[in-house]
Ligand binder design. Structure first.
Ligand code: ARG
Length: 463
């Protein structure tokens, strides 16, 4: 028996008496999706090797060779000339094998005191940390786009709906700022998740730690981690940070999906509140008149795949005994697809929002139906001394009368209005206008244009 394996053999095949079948090879390999963590894998390996050299676990020469070889590997990967090989299973073994081909034995020393179990957990965390930073910027971009549009429409009235029935007037700016609030919480969730992502698993080795005198704090510092995972079993086995990311990502998609639903509704000719720029729409191959809001529809639809990935990861994790199990290899595709979906969606929405053409006349016309200022009339009566429940009753009767006449509340004469309450005076007509209704909701969080402008000013300082 020779000490060195045959050229075609796997990193772990010394123990085996027959090669795996091609089907098993394909089934178990992850290189075709985990190669996108190559940069992180190389960074992790370099930090590990540097620590090994500092601790005298490998020679300084070996570290120098590893640095040199890894630079070459990185160049080849970036240039697209790297030969990714299914036989080498995953990103880790592919890179290590090429490194060893380039620099010989020093390459084989790299894996000292390490396992692919802590290596892969480190790579994912590094990858996710970068992704979270990208998403933070993209969320900010979309929020800024919404704030810009809100500023143009801080005083533009449209009906606010509950149960999709006309409820009370709001400004379009106020409506848009509701989404800014949602996205701000999404951002906070990512920032918070990042704290738990940013811990170093390396040093856990396969599951129990290593017999070598390693310096985990040094590696953590080299890689920009805030600290180390404190338990080796936990470090290699849990993917809760990935699940948490998908949960936070799902909420982003919930918010984007609700916004999409509104855009679709608003763009329907039946509503006609907005138009989307042509570049976000498509036509129909059979109906020449159609302009379809494909981008919001797809975003609404894509929320399904993100929720699915969350479910997938929860299910992946739930029955696993400690510590690492190969099940965990299945964490990557859902994670990557979630991130890709979010990145693309947020990017396209930051571009779509400035292209929204608002139609204030249509919004105003919609406000003339549905008695949007009925609550204002009730509040008016309360201010004149009527108990709210009685005021509610009086206004309900006034609405029925207006409905029978086919007119708005403000179209009833003073005498007609006084039929419902003798407390009603001339000053009621200021109250029943949309502008009066909006301006009256003048407190933090209210829809008064002054408050919307103040909210916009607050966002400007934060974004
Ligand atoms: N490709 C593997 C994964 O993604 C790397 C870890 C493999 N570890 C092992 N003991 N087979 O999880």
């Amino acid at each position: 028996m020779s000490d060195s394996p045959s050229p075609a053999s796997k990193a772990w095949s010394g123990r085996f008496s027959e090669p795996v079948s091609d089907l098993v090879k394909r089934y178990t390999a992850s290189v075709f999706f985990d190669k996108r963590m190559a940069v992180q894998d190389i960074c992790g390996s370099l930090a590990h090797a540097k620590m090994l050299a500092r601790q005298g676990i490998i020679a300084a020469d070996d570290f120098a060779a590893i640095e040199r070889g890894m630079a070459q590997v990185a160049t080849e990967i970036e240039a697209g000339s790297f030969n990714w090989n299914l036989d080498d299973e995953d990103v880790h073994l592919n890179i290590e094998k090429r490194l060893t081909a380039l620099i010989g034995d020093a390459g084989k020393r790299l894996h000292t005191g390490r396992s692919r179990n802590d290596q892969v957990a480190t790579d994912i965390r590094l990858w996710l940390r970068d992704t979270l930073d990208t998403l933070d910027g993209l969320l900010a971009d979309l929020m800024r786009a919404l704030v810009d549009l809100a500023e143009q429409h801080a005083s533009t009235p449209l009906p606010g709906f509950t149960h999709l029935q006309v409820a009370q007037p709001v400004t379009f700016g106020h409506h848009l700022l509701a989404y800014v609030e949602m996205l701000a919480r999404d951002r906070e969730r990512f920032v918070d998740a990042r704290r738990r992502v940013n811990r170093l698993p390396l040093g856990a080795a396969a599951l129990a730690g290593t017999t070598f005198p390693i310096d985990r704090a040094f590696v953590a510092q080299e890689l920009g981690f805030d600290g180390v995972c404190a338990n080796s079993l936990d470090a290699v086995s849990d993917r809760d940070f990935a699940i948490e990311f998908c949960a936070a990502a799902s909420l982003v998609m919930v918010h984007v999906s609700r916004f999409s639903e509104e855009l679709i509704l608003w763009m329907s000719p039946r509503v006609g509140f907005i138009d989307l720029a042509d570049r976000f729409c498509t036509g129909s191959s059979i109906m020449p008149q159609k302009k379809n809001p494909d981008v919001p529809e797809l975003a609404r639809g894509k929320s399904g795949r993100v929720f699915g990935h969350l479910m997938g990861l929860l299910t992946l994790m739930k029955g696993q005994p400690l510590a690492y199990n190969k099940d965990n290899q299945e964490d990557k595709e859902p994670l990557f697809d979630t991130a890709d979906t979010l990145v693309d969606t947020l990017r396209i929405f930051a571009d779509l929002v400035p292209g929204i053409r608002v139609k204030p006349e249509a919004m105003a016309a919609a406000l003339r139906h549905g008695y949007a200022t009925a609550t204002d009339l009730a509040d008016y009566l309360v201010k004149k001394g009527l108990p709210f429940r009685d005021a509610h009753e009086a206004v309900a009767r006034a609405v029925r009368a207006a409905e029978a006449k086919g007119c708005d509340l403000a179209d009833l004469s003073l005498v007609e209005l006084q039929d419902f309450s003798s407390l009603i005076g001339e000053d009621i007509f200021g109250v029943l206008t949309v502008e009066g209704s909006l301006a009256a909701r003048d407190h933090v969080g209210g829809t008064a244009p002054a408050q919307v402008k103040a909210a916009i000013a607050r966002w400007r300082t934060r974004l």
